[in-house]
Ligand binder design. Structure first.
Ligand code: GLY
Ligand code: MN
Ligand code: MN
Length: 435
């Protein structure tokens, strides 16, 4: 993204601060995996959103105080010996020249942090994720308190900066929407590839490999979350990521996978028969989840909300489960008791963005957060009937989830993941043309 985007976002954050305040946003940390190997570094989403700077050990100091630079970046100094082992560093000089901010080496963090805190009314920072920074800030506040006789003054309160950053990130701008559209397209193609590659005898992780291969070949090196490929009863485990079983004819396979592109997540689920043809029970239950998904998607428009979308899906699921004999009783009673939740065991969806379960409030002053153009969310109804459930055994071990990513637009929504088929016959046709 163009650097102007990050400059503008920082200006918006500064404009949202109380007068005479400072905000601190810390970069992500490198995590050890075992001895000398590390997990791939992934920047903290807020830090990325306001900087586009992909190094660990960095700090953004933002302020609306008149006699201070509005934005300072503290980052690692250039160091040829370190860089030859661990990778290139931009360094403060180049950062200042390219990012439109003042920059200083990390060695100055203590002094610059103290200057920023001294005389500020409020400090905004992450109160949960970054204990190191919180510890440094509280230490500095104690030092400043002890020096009040000298004219120094400590901030009066710590505020959760996420309250501001989450609100800003909830509405996606033009550049974010362009990236998310592309992430949705790449992920959709990867699901198509997995459907075509699938056949009895292949392992779940081999379908995962097809998906990751497609992500990487198309510019998205990492998945946005650990991919789920669950055949048969494994599909009933919501966060199944072992992906180690062989896929058997007669079973369904549930895939939940999406790429991360320039930090932005896609999040798609599809379910299909391992041998390419739905059985009668699989088809009946699948069509029901699909109908519920369409009902929920149709309810996505400005002014709607997650409660309305949930109600639309639950109505269809309850009627359908009653029709199939999986639920029994009076429709009104089953709706009132939310009987479908026995098999629809998660929520209808979530905000999507830099985090797969993205930031943003679901309630606003106690009421549902109304959908607005620029919000992106998932719609993902599912039914899971593990063996032993109190229904005829022909329904056992069926697990179905269908998940798309929707952008709220002025006149409704745009489905960013429409390219991967979900109609029964379209899936069967696609699987008839194996890779
Ligand atoms: N892939 C995680 C979710 O669907 O929420
Ligand atoms: Mn999801
Ligand atoms: Mn998902």
């Amino acid at each position: 993204m163009d650097n102007r985007v990050f400059v503008q976002r920082r200006q918006q954050l500064i404009a949202a601060l109380q007068p005479n305040s400072v905000a601190l946003i810390s970069a992500g940390f490198e995590q050890s995996r075992s001895r000398d190997t590390g997990y791939p570094f992934r920047q903290h989403s807020d830090f990325w959103y306001y900087s586009g700077f992909n190094e660990a050990d960095a700090l953004l100091i933002l302020t609306n105080r008149p006699n201070m630079p509005p934005v300072q970046l503290l980052c690692r100094e250039k160091d040829p010996a370190q860089e030859v082992w661990h990778g290139r560093r931009l360094g403060p000089e180049a950062a200042a020249a390219t990012m439109g901010l003042q920059a200083a080496p990390l060695s100055e963090q203590r002094v610059l942090l103290q200057q920023a805190l001294n005389g500020s009314a409020l400090v905004y920072l992450h109160l949960t994720e970054n204990n190191t920074l919180l510890q440094q800030v509280t230490e500095q506040m104690q030092v400043l308190q002890q020096r009040e006789k000298r004219g120094d003054s400590a901030p009066q309160a710590l505020f959760n900066v996420a309250v501001i950053t989450a609100e800003q990130r909830l509405i996606k701008d033009h550049d974010e929407i362009a990236v998310m559209r592309q992430a949705g397209q790449i992920s959709a193609e990867a699901h198509i590839r997995a459907m075509q590659f699938c056949q009895p005898g292949r392992f779940e992780y081999q379908l995962e490999a097809e998906i990751l291969h497609h992500f990487s070949l198309n510019g998205a090196r990492y998945p946005a979350y650990n991919s789920i490929v669950g055949g048969g009863s494994n599909g009933c485990i919501l966060h199944y990521t072992e992906n180690s079983s062989v896929l058997c004819a007669g079973e369904l396979v549930l895939i939940d996978a999406g790429c991360e592109l320039q930090g932005y997540a896609a999040d798609i689920s599809r379910t299909f028969p391992v041998n390419g043809v739905f059985s009668a029970e699989q088809a009946a239950l699948y069509q029901l989840v699909l109908d519920a998904q369409y009902a929920a998607c149709n309810a996505v428009a400005p002014g709607s909300n997650f409660a309305l979308v949930t109600a639309a899906a639950e109505q269809v699921l309850t009627e359908g489960l009653l029709g199939l004999g999986i639920l029994q009783g009076k429709l009104s009673d089953l709706m009132a008791s939310k009987a479908c939740k026995q098999y629809f065991i998660h929520g209808i969806g979530h905000w999507l963005g830099l985090d797969v379960h993205d930031v943003g409030a679901y309630k606003c002053n106690g009421a549902e957060q109304p959908f607005q153009p620029g919000m992106v969310l998932t719609i993902e109804p599912g039914l899971y009937i593990p063996s032993g459930s109190p229904v005829e055994s022909r329904w056992w071990d069926l697990a179905i989830r269908i998940e798309d990513n929707l952008l709220v637009t002025a006149d409704g929504h745009e489905n960013l993941t429409i390219a991967v088929p979900k109609e029964l016959d379209a899936i069967e046709q696609l699987m008839a043309t194996t890779l």
